[in-house]
Ligand binder design. Structure first.
Ligand code: PHE
Length: 460
């Protein structure tokens, strides 16, 4: 077995380290920024009434997201293994139980389930690259863009194909080892995406309905906000920050000792939030200007943006670039979704990285067909939250990630001794106290309260 201890008595990672603090921040940002920001945030904000929802979301990002993210990085770096082994090791080391490993296992399963539908939507973006490049949207009418989207969703074969393409390319990079390629990809992708969003924002400001869009997003009307919407906002905060399932813990395992965890977390949270808000600022004015439905759901981005691009000068070009960037963003997130499961197979079952990637990717690929079919041959098959796809989203984002978050924060802040956490977070000053308050009380209590009232209002 490999040694877990470096000469100075500290554990070292089994897979090497990030080359720099920046590499870590880039990898985590790459994992955080993805479909969650550009595809999901606008559509859930639209479905849940805008302003009040956005406000609750932002509160969740700060009050729950920050402490959970810091806890995850801290645990990852302390354990230096895959999330399952890290939780087991730290559980024993801190005089608690090895059963904490089940928290890691829950994350591995959540990652696989999320990636199964994530890959399908990422497949949509791939096919929108092709549609854009071939001029499908140039001067297209609203009816034409919508009809094209609807017929795409009914096309089982096309959707299966792009899902396969996406998961295949993810398996490929994960198998080859991620660090270098990932770093390069993110270094280019995040700024490029930001620039594209700003170009789009410029267009959307001139669309004539900018004020209406801004008002929808930032003027809270709490009368329309139920517990279910609050749960959706909280789940979205988890999903968009990639927290609650061990992705960040797995990345933290490769983090050098000297990096500031709070600094890295704040940077990632700020970048992720900025991109989500920008996306919504682009989309809603366009929705109102074109008289589209705010509560369109999962298709929202795939209808508004192509319509807007189609009317812009050079739209085919911009649209192609945009969907390429979005596919990249999805891809760097998919790598993060796979990492806990892959690292676990490698360490626990002595698999090579390539074997692990193929096994996990294969499972994800198969499960993904449940989401493919949810838009066509199984679309009438609905229960509880809706289609199988809707239920997978609910189960992962609204249940598994928040519950993972509760256990992660409770473990880091109550089970681990103060010395261990203070050492990881660099001292016991004001920042440390803020984290501790967040992780001991605010985050777990907040999460459990929202879950409790959401369940209560659902059954009554
Ligand atoms: N945060 C990613 C997004 O917003 C999704 C994700 C969730 C990635 C969990 C990794 C882990 O698209």
């Amino acid at each position: 077995m490999l040694s877990h201890h470096a000469d100075d008595g500290k554990r070292t990672s089994l897979h090497g380290f990030w080359s720099s603090r920046m590499a870590f921040i880039l990898a985590v940002t790459g994992s955080a920024v993805g479909l969650g920001n550009i595809w999901r945030f606008p559509y859930v904000a639209g479905e849940n009434g805008g302003g009040a929802f956005v406000l609750v979301y932002l509160v969740c990002i700060v009050a729950i997201g920050m402490p959970v993210m810091m806890s995850e990085i801290l645990l990852g770096r302390r354990g230096r293994r895959n999330p399952v082994a890290t939780m087991e090791l730290l559980g024993r080391e801190e005089g608690s139980s090895r059963h904490w490993r089940y928290v890691g296992l829950l994350g591995v399963i959540a990652g696989i389930l999320i990636l199964s539908y994530y890959s399908v939507i990422a497949g949509w973006t791939l096919s929108y690259v092709v549609k854009s490049a071939t001029g499908t949207f140039v001067d297209a009418s609203k009816a034409a863009v919508i009809a094209d989207h609807e017929s795409f969703k009914l096309d089982t074969l096309a959707m299966s194909l792009v899902h396969t393409l996406f998961i295949g390319s993810t398996i490929f990079v994960v198998a080859r080892g991620v660090e270098r390629g990932l770093e390069q990809a993110v270094r280019f992708m995040v700024p490029a995406l930001l620039i594209m969003m700003i170009v789009l924002l410029g267009y959307s400001i001139t669309s004539g309905s900018f004020a209406t869009g801004v008002e929808f997003l930032f003027k809270p009307d709490f009368s329309s906000l139920g517990w279910n919407s609050i749960l959706v906002a909280m789940g979205q905060a988890f999903f968009t920050l990639s927290i609650g399932m061990g992705a960040i813990m797995a990345y933290g395992a490769y983090l050098p000792e000297e990096t500031s965890i709070s600094g890295a977390s704040a940077t990632v949270v700020a970048a992720d939030t900025a991109i989500a808000i920008l996306a919504a600022l682009v989309i809603f004015p366009l929705v109102f200007a074109n008289d589209l439905k705010v509560d369109e759901g999962a298709g929202l981005v795939f209808q508004t943006l192509p319509l807007a691009f189609g009317q812009m000068p050079g739209g085919a070009f911009f649209s192609t670039v945009f969907f390429i960037l979005l596919s990249f963003a999805a891809w760097t997130s998919a790598i993060g979704l796979m990492e806990p499961a892959v690292a676990w197979l490698v360490e626990q079952f002595n698999r090579s990285r390539a074997q692990a990637a193929v096994i996990i990717g294969g499972i994800v690929w198969l499960i993904g067909f449940a989401s493919v079919f949810s838009w066509n041959i199984w679309r009438e098959f609905t229960f509880f939250q809706g289609t199988v796809f809707d239920n997978l989203l609910f189960l992962t984002n609204q249940v598994m990630l928040p519950i993972g978050g509760v256990f992660i924060t409770l473990f880091a802040s109550w089970v681990m001794c103060r010395n261990s956490t203070a050492e990881e977070l660099g001292g016991s000053g004001g920042l440390y106290k803020a984290w501790r308050l967040g992780a001991q009380v605010i985050a777990p209590l907040g999460i459990l309260t929202v879950l409790f009232f959401a369940i209560k209002s659902a059954v009554s």
